[in-house]
Design a protein around this ligand. Structure first.
Ligand code: JFZ
Length: 467
C-alpha cells in the first residue's frame, strides 16, 4: 500500500517534469519499433495500427472471480481496487479458489454487453482473459482453473463475446496478466503475508520461470488461435523476474502467431509507472503507451497511446463503490484524449451474475447520445492543430476540417479562435451543416459568431472548414 503510494508520488513528480519540458517528437525516443524478425516498414506499421488509431474509444472489461466477493471479505471492506482483493485481504490460494463455486453468471448476455459498448460509440472491447488472480475466463486446456472447468456456469463467455463482437462489428481484444498469483511455482515472500496470497510482486521457485513461460505461451496460443484477438493488452510486468528481453521475446512470439496483432507496452519494461509512456533510453517492446487513470497533459506527437480509466474507483466490481464520474466528465475526457491524439479505454466491472452495473450502463448511454451526433469529430481524427490548449475547450483535426469542442460557451456570442496555420473558409455547427456561422478574421486568428445559447452544455462541436 505504502509502496504504491510512494510510486504514485514518484510518478506524479515525473509527470510534472514531463509537462515543463517540451520535447520535439524526435527527442522522445518513443518509437515502438518491433524487433527482428518482425521488422516492418513505417508504412506497414501504419497499416497495422490504422483501425486502432481511427477507433479512439474502447471498452475495458474487468471480470473474474473477484466479482464474487465484490470488495468484501470476512466483513472487511477496502478503499483498494476490487480485483486486488486476494492481495489486500491476504487470501490464501486455497480459500480464494472457493469463489469458483459461487461464480455462476446466469444473467450474462454477450449480445447485450456488445450492444452497450456499440451504442456508447465504442469500437473495441478489451476483456480480462486472465487477471493477476490467475483465473481464466475462457476454456483453457492447459489449466483447470477456468470458468468452464471450475465453476457451475460451465460455459465459455469469451467465446460468446468474441462471436457477438464480430457480428456487431467491434474489435475483440484481450487483457492478459504476466503476474499470476495462482501459478504453483509462484509464491509470496513478504512480512505478514500468506505465501500463496496475492501480492504486488511474487517470486518464482527454482526452475519456475521456464515452466511458467511455457504455460503463459500455451495460454496465449489458445487465446490467439481460438478467438483471434485484435489487441493483446499485457499487464503485471513489474515483477523483478520479468525483463525487457523477456518482453521483446513475448512480443515476437505473439506477433509470430498473428502478425497484424497490436500489443501494449506492458509486455516489456519500458513503462514509467502509471504515467504509462516509455522511458527514452532505448527502444522498448510494445506498440502503444498505457497511461492509467490519467490523461497526459500534452499530446505526444508520433506516439500511440491509450488512457485506461475507471468510471468509479475500481476496475473489478465492488458493490459499495458509488464514486461515479458524471457523464459530462466522461464525455469531456473522451474529447480531451482525442484532442491529444490518444485513445480512451473506459472500464466496466460486471457482477458475478453477469450484469454490467446500472450506473455504468446509464453513463455509457449518455456518452452514446453525444456520440450519435458528434462522433465525426472523434473517429479518425488527429490531435489539435493549436499550439496551446484552447481556453474554451478542445479541438480535433482531419484533412480540411478542424472540430472545435466548446465546453465553455462564450457569453458575448463570439468564439475567439487563435490562428493555427490554416485558413478558415467557413464555420458551422456540426449538427447544422447548412447554416453557415459568420466568421471575422482578426489579427490573432478568427472569431466565430455563435448562437447566444450553447446547443449542447457538455460540448458543442463547431466545424471549421480549412484548405
Ligand atoms: C493494473 C492492474 O494491477 C489493475 O488491476 C488493473 O488491471 C489496471 C488496468 O492495471 O494497474 C496497476 C498497475 C501497476 C501497479 C498497480 C496497479 N503498481 O505498479 O503498483
Amino acid at each position: 500500500m505504502q509502496k504504491i503510494k510512494l510510486q504514485v508520488a514518484v510518478v506524479l513528480v515525473g509527470i510534472a517534469i514531463v509537462i515543463t519540458t517540451h520535447h520535439p517528437p524526435s527527442a522522445c525516443g518513443q518509437s515502438f519499433a518491433p524487433s527482428d524478425p518482425l521488422t516492418e516498414t513505417k508504412a506497414q506499421h501504419n497499416q497495422r495500427m490504422r483501425w486502432w488509431r481511427e477507433a479512439r474509444f474502447g471498452m475495458f472489461i474487468h471480470w473474474g472471480l473477484y466479482a464474487v466477493p465484490a470488495g468484501e471479505y470476512n466483513g472487511k471492506r477496502s478503499e483498494r481496487i476490487g480485483e486486488w482483493i486476494m492481495e489486500w485481504a491476504n487470501i490464501p490460494r486455497a480459500d480464494y479458489e472457493k469463489f469458483t463455486t459461487q461464480f455462476d453468471p446466469v444473467k450474462f448476455d454477450a449480445r447485450e454487453w456488445v450492444r452497450i459498448a456499440k451504442d456508447a460509440g465504442m469500437k473495441y472491447i478489451v476483456i480480462t482473459s486472465k487477471h493477476h488472480d490467475g483465473f481464466a475466463l475462457y476454456d483453457s486446456k492447459v489449466s483447470n482453473y477456468d470458468i468452464v472447468d471450475a465453476t457451475p456456469y460451465k460455459k465459455d463467455p469469451i467465446k460468446a463475446l468474441a462471436l457477438e463482437a464480430r457480428k456487431q462489428g467491434l474489435k475483440f481484444c484481450f487483457y492478459y496478466s504476466i503476474l499470476d498469483w495462482h501459478y504453483p511455482a509462484a509464491y509470496v515472500d513478504a512480512p505478514g503475508k500468506d505465501s500463496t496470497a496475492g501480492n504486488r510482486t511474487t517470486k518464482l521457485k527454482p526452475g519456475g520461470k521456464e515452466e511458467y513461460l511455457k504455460y503463459m505461451k500455451a495460454q496465449l496460443r489458445e487465446l490467439i488461435t481460438s478467438y483471434d484477438p485484435a489487441v493483446l493488452w499485457f499487464d503485471g510486468e513489474w515483477q523483478e523476474w520479468w525483463t525487457e528481453a523477456d518482453g521483446k521475446e513475448l512480443y515476437k512470439f505473439v506477433r509470430g502467431l498473428k502478425p497484424n496483432i497490436i500489443i501494449n507496452n506492458r509486455v516489456g519494461r519500458g513503462r514509467q509507472g502509471m504515467q504509462g509512456m516509455n522511458k527514452t533510453d532505448q527502444v522498448y517492446a510494445g506498440d502503444f503507451g498505457t497511461p492509467e487513470q490519467q490523461i497526459p497533459a500534452n499530446g505526444l506527437p508520433g506516439i500511440d497511446w491509450e488512457s485506461c480509466m475507471t468510471m468509479n474507483t475500481t476496475w473489478g466490481f465492488k458493490f459499495y463503490d458509488d464514486k461515479w464520474k458524471s457523464g459530462e466528465t466522461l464525455i469531456r475526457n473522451l474529447i480531451d484524449i482525442a484532442s491529444k491524439g490518444g485513445n480512451y479505454l473506459l472500464n466496466v466491472g460486471p457482477t458475478a451474475e453477469g450484469l454490467i452495473p446500472t450506473p455504468s450502463v446509464e453513463r455509457l448511454s449518455e456518452m452514446g447520445r453525444w456520440m450519435k451526433v458528434n462522433s465525426e469529430a472523434i473517429y479518425a481524427t488527429t490531435a489539435s492543430p493549436f499550439a496551446t490548449q484552447l481556453a474554451f475547450g478542445r479541438a480535433t483535426s482531419k484533412p480540411g476540417r478542424v472540430y472545435l469542442h466548446v465546453f465553455d460557451w462564450p457569453s458575448d456570442g463570439k468564439l475567439t479562435v487563435p490562428s493555427f496555420g490554416r485558413d478558415v473558409k467557413k464555420a458551422f455547427l456540426l449538427t447544422a451543416p447548412k447554416q453557415r456561422l459568420k466568421i471575422e478574421q482578426t489579427s490573432s486568428g478568427t472569431s466565430v459568431i455563435v448562437p447566444a445559447q450553447a446547443p449542447d452544455s457538455i460540448a458543442t462541436v463547431i466545424v471549421l472548414e480549412t484548405n
